[in-house]
Design a binder for this molecule. Structure first.
Ligand SMILES: *Cc1c(COP(=O)(O)O)cnc(C)c1O
Length: 400
């Protein structure tokens, strides 16, 4: 296991003894990159709150020179994330979008073309539509669940196919292995934003993806107390290029933020199991409610992506969206009527959240091909008592 393709320039190369070949997911989450600290025996990786490191003579140091280039707390997180995704190189960033920006500026040139999902995370779409376009990078939105449409969107200069599965907020599913085949045939790379599933439920690199992107703000951090991002790759050379740009662009997380994500990752598996279990119960309730027109959840047999989701995911996740029979006003009424579900943006924390994508998280895609229905409500089902969640929703639906 290599943490981050460390050359002398970018921190140390860590060969941990915790690899996916030898250990299960839960063990890696708790131990990979997290050996006890050798000088004191501290069992938990310390927060190395330092910007610089002593050199015994000019150019002679213990693997760390300056904390933008490398910090031991960050290295621990990067090693752990690489292990959890089954990749060779993990890199941590100050946010999910900072990770995306680093990736895009590493692998794209002016004139490049990217295929993006037609219901991508709004911030990702904004990066392509508002920022990268000015640098000569073109993008084509396509429904990634439709492989013929993806093929039709490819151009000779397509460098990346960008995939999210499940998507945000419509919970569409696309076939990672099939998309990897299509992208590779066209000489492009497949990027998978694995934020919604987390590495516990889905491991895109094993399915043929070239790059995994995370907003660690969400399930990996898991407690709504930190903003962070990550990239994980299998290809060592690409890992080195990304590490070079991570340092050159500089959007790294501070040691405390890296530590919070690492602490969250330790309990990812048990949290995800409970998120999935609670989501199943919420879905069953919504399906019976006369106020609800349609429930969007890949665990439902009638969901168009159900079979693919069942094939490539361990379980179906904690995100649930639904449309109200009474239209936008009903959606707004439900959003302001819940008490256990907190009205707010973001997702993936222990607490349940509710939001109205068209006016909140996805307001930036209004008027574009990515516009979302105004009668849609998105839930991030937390790990509170399921009975409390059901009672809260049932009461709020009564106001719809
Ligand atoms: C939140 C999110 C991002 C962006 O991450 P930040 O940490 O907010 O920068 C990217 N993709 C998905 C799917 C997200 O939910």
């Amino acid at each position: 296991m290599t943490s981050r393709a460390g050359s002398e320039e970018f921190g140390s190369q860590v060969h941990g003894s915790w690899t996916p070949d030898d250990h299960g997911f839960e063990t890696l989450a708790i131990h990979a990159g997290q050996d006890p600290e050798p000088t004191t025996g501290a069992v938990v990786v310390p927060i190395y709150q330092t910007s610089t490191y002593v050199q015994s003579e000019v150019g002679k140091h213990q693997g760390y020179e300056y904390s933008r280039s490398g910090n031991p707390t960050r290295t621990a997180l990067e090693t752990c994330l690489a292990a959890l995704e089954g990749g060779r190189t993990g890199l941590a960033f100050a946010s999910g979008l900072a990770a995306e920006d680093c990736l895009l500026r590493t692998v794209l040139q002016p004139g490049a073309h990217v295929v993006v999902p037609n219901d991508a995370y709004g911030g990702t779409y904004r990066l392509f539509a508002q920022v990268l376009r000015r640098w000569g990078v073109e993008h084509t939105p396509a429904p990634l669940g439709d492989l013929a449409a993806v093929r039709a969107a490819l151009r000779p200069e397509t460098a990346l196919v960008w995939c999210e599965t499940p998507t945000n907020p419509l919970l569409g599913i696309s076939d990672i292995a099939a998309l990897a085949g299509i992208a590779h045939e066209a000489g492009a790379r497949l990027v998978v934003d694995n934020t919604f599933a987390s590495p516990y439920l889905q491991r895109p690199l094993a399915l043929g993806a070239d790059v995994v992107v995370h907003s660690t703000t969400k399930y990996l951090g898991g407690h709504s107390d930190v903003v962070g991002g990550a990239l994980v790759v299998s290809d060592v050379e690409l890992g080195e290029q990304l590490a070079y740009h991570q340092n050159a662009l500089g959007a790294v997380p501070g040691p405390f933020d890296a530590w919070l994500v690492l602490r969250g990752a330790k309990t990812l598996a048990v949290r995800m199991d409970r998120h999935c279990e609670n989501a199943r119960r919420v879905v069953a309730l919504l399906q019976q409610s006369p106020a609800v027109r349609e429930v969007l959840y890949p665990g439902l047999p009638e969901h168009t992506g159900h079979e693919i989701a069942a094939k490539q995911m361990r379980d179906f996740g904690g995100m649930v969206s639904f449309r109200l029979a009474g239209g936008e006003q009903s959606a707004l009424d439900v959003c302001r009527s819940t008490r256990v579900f907190t009205l707010g943006e973001s997702l993936g924390g222990v607490e349940s959240l509710i939001e109205h994508p068209a006016r909140m998280t996805h307001a930036s895609v209004a008027g574009s091909q990515l516009e979302v229905p105004s009668d849609l409500v998105r839930l991030s089902v937390g790990i509170e008592s399921a009975d409390d969640l059901l009672a809260d929703l049932e009461r709020a639906l009564g106001h719809a």
